[in-house]
Unconditional design. Structure first.
Length: 240
């Protein structure tokens, strides 16, 4: 069996960030599996989008097709009841001054990483890859680098394993994430992410914008749109 350090499990939601992380992992590791989580999220459409991405991404590079292994879906609907938020309820999406955004799902990434580690231990996968990002983290404390480092330590101690949690987007803004995708898979990956991934908190896929599908108003859409516009402007400036 290949060295577990060369085998990865990507936490793949079906959004821009996790799709970029999947491409990043396929470029670097010998073998890659994916896991998604159904936690009763308001934007459940992302679960359908992730299947489409998994169908199409292997065609971008022959080595990606060889490296991509099975996909898994974990039922975490108990999180819906335990962690009420605007992502698990049809309530107002807002960011109160001095408080956490209403879209923060308490414990979500901690639970995701724990379940991913359990699965990885059964499949000899030594790397856990997630799209957590402190630069554009929307105020979510479980996206911070310190949180991820603490989780890695806790999982390794508590499971007597040697996992490395990789967060390739941790210090990138959304414009840099678009650039990374272009570097990894060229125009084909950019178009796949733009058209097939889903980020909008409202689950709106009624209109395709330049930057992808979404309501264009929620915090997730605003970040994605702003990043795309900045990336596109930089491309235009660099063009001869």
């Amino acid at each position: 069996m290949t060295d577990p350090r060369r085998r990865a499990l990507v936490l793949f939601s079906g959004g821009q960030d996790s799709a970029t992380c999947l491409a990043w992992a396929l470029e670097r590791f010998d073998y890659v599996e994916t896991v998604g989580f159904d936690y009763g999220q308001r934007h459940l459409v992302e679960m359908a989008c992730r299947q489409r991405v998994l169908e199409l991404i292997p065609a971008i590079k022959p080595e990606w097709r060889r490296r991509l292994g099975p996909d898994h879906v974990s039922d975490l609907t108990a999180l819906h009841a335990a962690s009420p938020s605007a992502l698990t309820r049809n309530t107002e999406i807002s960011a109160p001054a001095g408080g956490l955004p209403t879209t923060f799902v308490p414990g979500r990434n901690l639970v995701f990483l724990t379940f991913a580690a359990i699965m990885a231990s059964q499949h000899a996968l030594g790397r856990l890859v997630g799209g957590m990002c402190e630069t554009d983290y929307s105020g979510y404390p479980d996206c911070r680098d310190d949180t991820i480092k603490a989780m890695q330590l806790a999982l390794n101690l508590g499971m007597n394993q040697r996992f490395v949690i990789e967060t390739p987007l941790m210090w990138l803004d959304k414009a840099a994430s678009w650039h990374l995708a272009a570097t990894l898979g060229g125009p084909a990956l950019l178009e796949l992410i733009r058209v097939e991934t889903h980020t909008c908190y409202h689950g709106d896929r009624s209109h395709l914008h330049d930057w992808g599908y979404g309501c264009g108003r929620c915090p997730a859409c605003t970040l994605r749109m702003s990043g795309w516009n900045t990336y596109s402007a930089a491309l235009a400036t660099a063009a001869p």
